[in-house]
Design a protein around this ligand. Structure first.
Ligand SMILES: Nc1nc2c(c(=O)[nH]1)N[C@H]1C(S)=C(S)[C@@H](COP(=O)(O)OP(=O)(O)OC[C@H]3O[C@@H](n4cnc5c(=O)[nH]c(N)nc54)[C@H](O)[C@@H]3O)O[C@H]1N2
Ligand SMILES: Nc1nc2c(c(=O)[nH]1)N[C@H]1C(S)=C(S)[C@@H](COP(=O)(O)OP(=O)(O)OC[C@H]3O[C@@H](n4cnc5c(=O)[nH]c(N)nc54)[C@H](O)[C@@H]3O)O[C@H]1N2
Ligand SMILES: [Mo]
Length: 764
């Protein structure tokens, strides 16, 4: 009998040989080069590696799929604007192995599901379309035409268009994403959940409401010129390594850096720029001036403590706040201050878990500085009160007039390389009416105005059989979403699951009754269409749109581009009913960009401006103090202190990334910067918490989460004593996703609260 969807969704609970060392206090440098060399030599052809390293993030080259950090507008390193983890991302995509009919006839779906995510990922690049018929144990080959016809038959067989769910992961380019949402809307639904729902959705909500734009306001140049950069809930040494070069430049110009994080992440402490041979020998730059070991979800408390002391100083001296800015550009100051005054400084500081000494040092750095940037990522967005976290840091920036001027502003650091662009061009289950009106005006059909499902709603709808078809443009849904076992049942309830992917992943193995895998070109590969070699475009974390063009021959002749897949599915499904000639877009992507120009603001002269070597900036109101909010001003907000009531045996757990993974793609089993080698099933704990539970180093435990009376359990994790605040612990994503309750998410944004899960730990 074949294993259940739940069994297949779980990561195997086996161990490797765990080694633990003292975490280093320096990042990048020579060990980073060694790590790249090892990945490249194991998994890539040498000539590909050479080509890729020369073109990665170069002007006119291709955009690294590793992260959304922008490339410098001015000089770019001659060694290539790449980093250790960027090259690891490439070694993963440009693998020297492919898999197709032979591989899938050899291994059943059940067997593949028993492999670790690391093993699944290293099997090779997907090279042909595959189909899993109902009841079959193995995937089998299928032609593209037949595959498109299958999707069309299922879609057209649904009772309502809302029974289909169309997920997007953030690697999809602007061109593919625009066409995809256009197809979905013409088909008749707005069910467009995306990885952003699990990522920076809370930032988008908080920033739109307070500053009138759901994106950050700063440019790289601002980072170089800031007097103070606060890096909150983010681990750039691992997840955005090129950001460290920008922070280094800021330091050189006299800027100060504060990191606010339960963990003293290595990259922030000291950084050796791998592109600077002198630094490699001399040991690098100390980046962080003050590290603030805040407790998990202690950020609102910490910011409130700061705000209270700034207010006190302002009342005494009258020169701490930027009153001219507050008067002219903001709304809600008085009620914000009235609310703030109700909090006690001591209580806030205690709740933040930060010592008075560290607090005073931080206050000292903030009080007289007026060019402040706050950078943040998942440490702020994946909590129930995530929107409050972000609104509270905006309050600080507003008091200081630190927005819309040089060297100051908001910097939510995006994850996937084009997650921001996807949203800009319409991947949005709750798109603004203005955008829908433009679609109607241009194409002559009326898109539904009903909001579609976000990720969490989509899972519930599939579980309840209200949705019956799942289509994923990229990503690894089952491993990325919360509540793995519930979500596995949700997917298994579908009639058909379809994934457009470069690599095999667990989502291909936790299927609906039937399943399809559509193999597609990766970023580094040349995209040949009728009109010739195609260029595509992406938007980075700072709102710059630039071109990306593959440089390697495709790993298989059977691959299609994402654009071609979308056009193929749309054409087969909508046929003559469609108002759109789908196939013409795939012949020439310039035509897609012409349409984007007409429908989305800020893309005028798109095709021409894309030829500029560094791309072009999209308009950004907050950057120029034009706040497109309901009040027409930048809004102060009122945020509550979260109230944590842990029982004695409970801990708060965050699920984080190791240094050797890209989300659900596991590059290797090490987490070098945290001193962990050869194992991922680990839980970092404070040593006092270990003692209180009589737990030894490397002891095997089970972890339970009890949420609203529902018990979830993840088995077999090894304990590692670590420098983490008392009452807090950490595990890796996706192994611990099984513990993240589906109903625990950010209020109003629905970002799963994967950084604050209440758990207890039991020895076995
Ligand atoms: N190499 C690599 N690069 C990546 C990714 C990857 O997996 N690998 N993923 C990409 C994606 S999609 C994203 S979204 C980003 C993710 O980038 P990050 O957000 O840096 O990733 P996480 O590992 O989730 O790290 C969150 C950090 O927040 C801290 N933290 C957790 N809870 C709290 C809290 O309550 N308060 C504070 N102040 N800090 C907290 C953790 O200790 C950790 O340092 O990176 C992108 N880039
Ligand atoms: N517990 C917990 N859960 C989390 C998080 C967390 O911190 N903790 N983080 C959340 C975040 S921030 C995010 S963004 C999501 C990530 O969720 P996803 O974006 O769904 O997951 P990824 O692991 O990035 O997707 C990897 C897969 O994408 C496919 N792929 C790679 N490149 C391409 C390409 O160019 N085209 C196509 N079509 N496919 C490609 C490959 O098949 C690969 O297996 O996970 C979320 N889940
Ligand atoms: Mo993300």
């Amino acid at each position: 009998m074949s294993s259940s969807a739940k069994d297949k969704a779980k990561t195997p609970e086996t161990f490797s040989e765990l080694k633990v060392k003292t975490p280093p206090d320096n990042s990048a440098g020579i060990p980073a080069l060694i790590s790249v060399a090892s990945q490249v030599s194991k998994y890539m052809n040498f000539s590909d590696a050479l080509k890729v390293s020369r073109k990665l993030n170069q002007k006119g080259g291709f955009d690294c799929p590793g992260c959304a950090w922008p490339d410098p507008d001015d000089e770019r390193s001659v060694l290539g604007e790449y980093c250790e983890n960027g090259m690891k991302a490439m070694a993963e995509e440009v693998q020297n192995k492919t898999i197709g009919t032979e591989f899938f006839s050899q291994y059943s779906v059940d067997e593949l599901a028993s492999w670790t995510d690391f093993e699944i990922g290293k099997s090779g690049r997907l090279a042909e379309p595959m189909y899993l018929p109902e009841g079959a144990t193995h995937y089998q080959p299928i032609s593209w035409d037949e595959a498109f016809a299958k999707v069309a038959e299922h879609l057209n067989g649904l009772e309502f268009p809302d029974e289909a769910v169309f997920y997007t992961s953030g690697r999809t380019t602007n061109e593919a994403a625009f066409l995809y949402q256009l197809f979905v809307r013409e088909f008749g639904t707005a069910n467009l959940p995306d990885c952003s729902n699990m990522c920076h959705e809370a930032s988008g909500k908080a920033l739109s409401e307070t500053l009138g734009i759901g994106k950050g306001s700063v440019t790289l140049d601002d980072l170089y010129k800031a007097e103070l950069v606060m890096v909150v809930g983010q681990n750039p040494g691992t997840n955005h390594p090129r950001m460290l070069s920008a922070l280094e430049r800021c330091k050189k110009n006299g800027g100060k850096i504060i990191s606010i994080n339960p963990l003293a992440e290595a990259g922030l402490v000291r950084f050796t720029n791998p592109q600077n041979p002198l630094k490699l020998l001399t040991g690098g730059t100390k980046l962080t001036d003050i590290h603030v070991p805040v407790t998990i979800n202690g950020d609102v408390a910490f910011f409130k403590a700061i705000l209270l002391k700034l207010l006190e100083a302002e009342e005494q001296t009258g020169n701490v706040f930027d009153k001219a800015f507050i008067d002219e550009f903001t709304y809600g100051y008085d009620s914000f201050i009235d609310d703030l005054k109700q909090y006690s400084f001591e209580n806030c500081l205690e709740k933040s878990g930060v010592s008075k000494e560290v607090f005073d040092a931080v206050l000292d750095l903030i009080i007289n500085r007026n060019k402040i940037i706050v950078c943040w990522a998942m440490g702020l967005t994946q909590h129930e009160n995530a929107v409050d976290n972000i609104r509270e840091l905006v309050n600080l920036l507003l008091l200081k007039g630190s927005i819309g001027k040089e060297g100051a502003g908001t910097c939510p650091v995006r994850g996937h390389s084009n997650v921001q662009g996807d949203r800009t061009v319409g991947i949005w289950e709750a798109a603004p009416q203005k955008f829908l009106d433009k679609i109607e005006a241009k194409y002559g059909f009326k898109p539904t105005t009903k909001h579609g499902y976000s990720v969490i709603d989509a899972i519930k709808a599939m579980y309840e059989k209200k949705a019956k078809l799942f289509f994923g443009l990229g990503g690894n849904f089952i491993s990325a979403v919360p509540d793995t076992l519930y979500s596995a049942e949700a997917l298994a309830n579908c009639n058909l699951t379809v994934h457009v992917s470069t690599k095999l992943n667990r989502s291909h193995l936790v299927t609906g009754r039937e399943a399809l895998i559509f193999p597609c070109l990766g970023r580094a590969e040349k995209d040949y269409q009728k009109s010739g070699l195609q260029v595509q475009s992406v938007e980075n974390s700072m709102g710059i749109v630039s071109s990306t063009k593959g440089i390697l021959e495709p790993c298989s002749n059977a691959l299609l581009s994402e654009v071609a897949v979308v056009c193929g599915v749309a054409h087969a499904t909508l046929k003559e009913k469609s108002k759109i000639n789908w196939l013409k877009y795939q012949d020439d992507y310039n035509l897609v960009r012409q349409d984007i120009e007409e429908v989305v603001d800020g893309f005028n002269d798109y095709n021409n401006r894309l030829k500029q070597p560094s791309g072009f900036y999209l308009p950004n109101g907050a950057r120029i103090r034009q706040f497109h909010t309901k009040t027409g001003k930048a809004n102060f907000s009122i945020n509550k202190l979260p109230s944590w009531k842990l029982k004695e045996e409970e801990l708060v757990m965050m699920t984080i990334r190791s240094h050797d993974q890209f989300n659900t793609t596991i590059y290797g089993l090490n987490d070098r910067y945290r001193g962990v080698f050869n194992e991922r099933r680990i839980i970092f704990m404070n040593r006092e918490d270990m003692n209180a539970r009589s737990l030894q180093e490397k002891q095997v435990v089970n972890i339970q989460s009890n949420f609203n009376g529902v018990l979830r359990e993840a088995s077999n994790f090894k304990v590692i004593g670590y420098d983490i605040p008392k009452g807090c612990c950490a595990t890796y994503f996706p192994e611990a996703n099984i513990l993240v309750p589906l109903d625990s998410f950010a209020h109003t944004a629905k970002t799963p609260a994967s950084k604050s899960i209440v758990v207890s730990v039991t020895a076995i």
